[in-house]
Design a protein around this ligand. Structure first.
Ligand code: 5RP
Length: 219
């Protein structure tokens, strides 16, 4: 099976985790696009969606799915999103699509994070995928120096401005042994908007696409 077929498989499987009549939290990325396409088939069974990016909002609306503002809901039963890496405890690296800040905001509203990913994303230790960090432009150089001190190699993502008008640093070379501790540390740095470690907002379940089918991993 190709990676795209695995993404389609888990996008479909995530529909079983949607609570009938509820508003669904929707992430961003190519795997989530498969989920959105499936969601479009059950619009009569959901009250709408809260989206984590302009791109997902556009796709949802084009398919006739009502999009609500995050401020219009107090909580969501489920948030469905992809990941760049997910470890064996449900900690994730996210932000490959530059949507990490809104993704964390919507994840924070949700009771359960359903991660959908193909098996290439399932790792023992986070960090092979360069860590995305959304930063306020005036602090980018200063934050890059701090990552260098930690042993990372930060690179500004060229030509990318986030939906919030900020920049993305991609930090290679970090082996993230304690995701929760590193997330807390980086969150303290002035100018960091969001770090792409999702430990505090880790997945409750991962639907992993494998050639043998969908593997459900509960954390
Ligand atoms: C976007 C993300 C995505 O969930 C992550 O990059 C995975 O994307 P894809 O499903 O295209 O592999 O965090 O900011």
């Amino acid at each position: 099976m190709t990676q795209d077929q695995l993404k389609a498989l888990v996008g479909r499987a995530a529909i079983d985790h949607v609570v009938p009549g509820s508003v669904v939290g929707v992430g961003t990325g190519s795997t989530v696009n498969c989920f959105i396409d499936e969601l479009a088939k059950i619009t009569d069974r959901i009250a709408g969606a809260v989206s984590s990016s302009v791109k997902s909002t556009e796709r949802l609306q084009a398919l006739g799915i009502k999009v609500l503002e995050a401020s219009e809901v107090e909580s969501l039963p489920v948030y469905v999103d992809g990941a760049d890496e997910i470890d064996h405890h449900g900690n994730m690296i996210k932000g490959g699509g530059a949507a990490l800040t809104r993704e964390k905001i919507v994840a924070d509203l949700a009771e359960r994070f359903v991660c959908i990913a193909d098996e290439s994303k399932y790792v023992r230790t986070l960090g092979r995928f360069p860590l995305p960090v959304e930063v306020i432009p005036m602090a980018a150089a200063q934050i890059a120096r701090k990552f260098a001190v930690l042993g990372g190699t930060p690179k500004l993502r060229e030509g990318v401005t986030t939906d919030n008008g900020n920049l993305i640093l991609d930090v290679a070379g970090l082996s993230i042994a304690d995701p929760a501790a590193l997330e807390s540390e980086i969150n303290q740095w002035p100018g960091v908007v969001t770090v792409g470690i999702f430990a505090r907002h880790r997945a409750g379940i991962c639907l992993l696409g494998t050639p043998q089918g969908v593997r459900s991993i509960e954390f």
